[in-house]
Design a protein around this ligand. Structure first.
Ligand code: FPP
Length: 263
């Protein structure tokens, strides 16, 4: 993957190995298992470069490729990225259409390489709202990589955290109405099994680029005890070294999960 992003003259030609200088600051025993990323600031970056907004999204794809490779190199269990929210439909049609085409192109170009890298891709959110041909591509990609044992790469597309929880509640209500579920059987384990991220560990670290400090309806249940990492950098300028910096910052957080420090 590295070869494609940086060209043959660059240091990283493939997924970085553990002894790569990029990973020198990493405390391996203190890595998060599941990292989520709000890839914000594509439009602002483009504007700053005197480009149209969509050029920012295109540059954002490049960033994503580098971050996925880095996450694989680190051995993370799961990487979840916010590609398109249920609220993003409010954007101008030209931008929405561009993003849909970009997702399709990304899947077409990157699918085989991700599969070779043992990535298991999954789409969070409602496929139904996406263009028909893209829906097919998404399902085909999920099917192709379903048995891969590497990183769980979740792409949230037409996703909203509240929408996800409503869908869970509807399924719970339907099962209860059918008599197959008792009130006391509704617990955290059941809810988690019905989330789009079923089977993944909870989010340990939530990264948001471009200076805004909010969750924007992303992974509401899964982020209950997530640590937050904010950077002013816009997504297109966020580098693998910045991702590593987020990991080292995480390594020094004091996570108590509502309990007391054992020190
Ligand atoms: C937020 O920036 C970004 C998005 C709504 C789209 C994210 C999509 C990508 C990074 C493309 C790559 C994704 C895949 C899965 C191929 P913004 O447009 O809100 O930026 P702004 O806040 O500066 O306007």
């Amino acid at each position: 993957m590295w070869k494609k992003i940086f060209g043959s003259a660059d240091a990283y030609k493939e997924i970085p190995k553990r002894d790569d200088p990029l990973f020198a600051p990493i405390e391996w025993e203190k890595l998060p298992r599941h990292v989520a990323v709000i890839m914000d600031g594509n439009g602002r970056w483009a504007k700053g470069q005197g480009l149209i907004r969509t050029a920012g999204h295109k540059a954002g794809v490049k960033t994503l490729k580098g971050i996925l490779s880095t996450a694989i190199g680190l051995g993370l269990d799961a990487l979840t990225v916010y590609a398109f929210s249920t609220e993003n439909w409010k954007r101008p049609t030209t931008e929405v259409d561009f993003l849909m085409k970009l997702f399709a192109e990304y899947l077409e170009k990157e699918l085989q390489e991700m599969h070779d890298d043992n990535v298991r891709i999954r789409f969070l959110g409602k496929k139904e709202g996406m263009p028909k041909s893209l829906q097919r591509q998404m399902s085909d990609a999920e099917r192709l990589m379903a048995n891969n044992t590497g990183i769980h790469f979740n792409v949230a597309a037409n996703y909203g955290g509240q929408d996800e929880l409503l869908r869970v509640m509807q399924r719970v209500a339907a099962q209860a109405a059918a008599g197959s579920l008792k009130q006391e059987e509704v617990d955290a384990e059941l809810v988690e099994s019905l989330l789009d991220t079923a089977g993944d560990p909870p989010v340990d670290l939530m990264i948001r680029t471009s200076g805004d400090q909010r969750l924007s309806n992303f992974l509401l249940w899964q982020s209950a005890y997530a640590e937050f990492y904010f950077t002013d950098k816009n997504w297109p300028e966020f580098t693998p070294a910045d991702f590593v910096a987020a990991m080292t910052d995480f390594a020094h957080r004091d996570r108590r999960f509502g309990g007391l420090n054992k020190k």
